[in-house]
Design a protein around this ligand. Structure first.
Ligand code: O7E
Length: 215
């Protein structure tokens, strides 16, 4: 198995229960680069789950809050979440550079430039070029792009400053394929249900990890 710096798999831990979350994170940690915590787990188990997951796995924690508020509110939320131990926070870009900037002042940030679901074509995809411009200007750690549309990942890669990472949700349950999206230019794949809802989460994570090797 490679060191964590070579890993490309992020677990989207979208369960409610604390015990289940800790158990799944612990048994899959060997194959992960990071664990992503979204609202289902925070509303189910509280913010302290971030601290606990960090202790149990030793991995980076991405707080996927999709922050989309005025700068002051983004700042109030992000400061508590970084304080809890999050290493990265995901923010929407559409509220503007001041809102995203307020999060970036506090810690490493990931900006949504396009989403993976069908409805993303209605409002977000028409704004993707502007959101890429915003990312190129602010230079966050990374951006979110859709694993369900590898051609869009290639496009986003071609417009994005080198060095800004591309993280892609939508592999597995939403139809995206790991190898294909990594070849298209993604740096990391984000996978939820195909791991946490499978009969053997460790084995599912191992198989996805194997798929990412050598791409
Ligand atoms: O479909 P799954 O079960 O593999 O889970 C995918 C996870 O990625 C889930 O947490 C979902 O909220 C998230 N996600 C998407 O599925 N599509 C997106 O466009 C964006 C995200 C995401 O991670 O948001 C970061 C902003």
């Amino acid at each position: 198995m490679s060191g964590s710096e070579d890993r490309k798999l992020i677990l989207a831990l979208d369960v409610y229960e604390r015990e289940r979350a800790l158990e799944i994170a612990e048994c899959t940690a060997d194959y992960l680069w990071a664990v992503k915590v979204n609202w289902p787990l925070i509303v189910g188990s509280g913010l302290s789950i971030i601290t606990e997951l960090k202790q149990v796995t030793g991995l980076p924690i991405i707080a996927d809050l999709k922050l989309a508020d005025i700068p002051n509110t983004n700042r109030l939320i992000a400061s508590k979440v970084f304080e809890a131990g999050a290493d990265y926070i995901i923010a929407h870009g559409f509220p503007g550079s001041d809102s995203v900037g307020a999060v970036m002042e506090l810690g490493k940030t990931i900006i949504v430039v396009e989403m993976s679901h069908p409805g993303a074509k209605e409002f977000i995809q028409p704004a993707t070029d502007k959101l890429i411009e915003l990312a190129n200007e602010l230079e966050p750690f990374g951006v979110i792009a859709p694993a369900t549309r590898p051609e869009r990942v290639s496009y986003i890669r071609s417009k994005l400053k080198p060095g800004i990472k591309i993280l892609t949700p939508g592999v597995g349950a939403q139809g995206g394929r790991a190898g294909e999206v990594l070849k298209a230019g993604a740096d990391y794949i984000i996978v939820g249900r195909s791991i946490y809802a499978s009969e053997n989460p460790r084995e599912s994570a191992r198989m996805l990890y194997e798929e990412t090797l050598g791409v």
